[in-house]
Design a protein around this ligand. Structure first.
Ligand code: F6R
Length: 369
């Protein structure tokens, strides 16, 4: 059942090419147009959406943050992302032009379920991105877009996360197809790049030993920081969460631009810092800014480990360790840059002798408040 791997988590990390491919499967017609009939919300109604609120917890909320960058960029619809448990206890502004997109692997997370119920009562349209057929959240939502990652057994989420991001991209592209914020050729190009992602994830998995070795050498680290920008920012937070959950090491993810506003004070001799590089093709030239961040933390003694696009020459001069991921368009990078961080947390936890599938104090679905 573990497919020859020692743990479910390792198996599920290796299932990721398939999880992404299966989530893309059957969602385009012969001409390459996206068809999401399963959404069951009339196009006219979707065209009336003025605001999207993504509701989720934990790793699923980081998938929601990636969705925000993509949907705002592609569809020009404002997107808020909120932790479900915070959302339901404030006084959120919702009306029938608000679309709620909940993201939940299990479909049973109590906080997210309650937040969706609350939003429904206020008149919002509710769409669920979910990995579990027939679970409560999709049942109670107006529509569902299933991720097809297959059952996720390990407590820490891996393949469901990549499948959630994939589904969120599809939703964004579908809305852009409807509201014509993207040309159909642009949508086709992005879909073609998405179709190439599974092989690129496989390429990363095939080179996993490099990151495993690094992880094993860091058994004694007591704190690791993660930096990213734009879509790399939620990836940094996800990397930090995986490390906390699995290796019980203090870890924090920051937006790299925030460093100088405080976190840089944490940097001293030997502090490990993981940097998720933006694509050299990023349209905001964030790449150069993050190279400067690497230099800044390095100058203060940090040990820098960098996840960068293959052929990114600019980083090698400044980083102790560079782990390369294949090229893709900037918006799609999280589907690749997340993978080395998962392997890193898995291997570090294993090196410390912990149970990666059942980390202490955690349950797979959190069905209580
Ligand atoms: C982290 C993790 C949790 C879940 C969170 C939401 O590895 O698994 O943070 O992502 O509890 O769970 P779902 O997606 O089932 O609502």
């Amino acid at each position: 059942e573990k497919g020859g791997y020692d743990t479910f988590m390792e198996k599920e990390i290796h299932d990721q090419p398939q999880a992404v491919a299966d989530t893309l499967l059957g969602r385009t017609d012969a001409t390459g147009r996206l068809i999401l009939d399963e959404l069951r919300i009339e196009p006219e109604e979707l065209l009336n959406v003025r605001k999207i609120i993504v509701l989720a917890c934990g790793t699923s909320a980081y998938a929601g943050m990636v969705a925000k960058y993509a949907i705002e960029h592609w569809c020009r619809i404002p997107v808020e992302v909120e932790l479900s448990h915070e959302f339901r206890y404030r006084d959120p502004i919702i009306d029938p032009t608000t679309m709620i997109v909940s993201i939940s692997q299990s479909g049973e997370t109590m906080d997210t379920l309650m937040a969706v119920r609350y939003a429904k009562e206020q008149g919002a349209r509710t769409v669920s991105i979910c990995n579990t057929n027939g679970s409560t959240i999709p049942r109670e939502s107006d529509a569902v877009l299933y991720t097809h990652a297959g059952p996720e057994i390990a407590v820490a989420s891996t393949k469901a996360f990549l499948a959630q991001i994939t589904a969120a991209y599809l939703l964004g592209l579908y809305l852009a197809q409807l509201n014509k914020q993207l040309f159909s050729e642009q949508i086709k190009d992005i879909l073609a790049d998405l179709a190439d992602i599974p092989a690129k994830i496989q390429d990363i998995l095939d080179r996993g030993d490099q990151i495993k070795q690094l992880a094993r050498s860091m058994k004694d680290a007591d704190s690791v920081l993660f930096l990213g920008r734009n879509v790399g920012y939620p990836v940094a937070m996800e990397g930090a969460l995986k490390l906390k959950e699995l290796a019980y090491i203090h870890a924090e993810g920051f937006a790299a631009g925030e460093l100088k506003h405080g976190p840089i004070a944490l940097i001293d001799d030997g502090q490990p810092v993981f940097v998720v590089m933006p694509s050299p093709m990023d349209r905001h030239s964030l790449h150069a800014k993050v190279v400067s961040n690497i230099q800044e933390v390095r100058a203060r003694g940090a040990r820098t480990m960098v996840v960068a696009e293959r052929g990114d020459e600019a980083v090698s001069a400044y980083a102790e360790d560079v782990f390369e991921v294949p090229e893709t368009q900037p918006m799609l990078m999280p589907l690749l840059t997340t993978v080395p961080l998962q392997i890193y947390a898995l291997e570090l936890s294993t090196a410390k002798g912990y149970d990666v599938d059942q980390p202490r104090n955690l349950a797979k679905s959190v069905t209580v408040e």
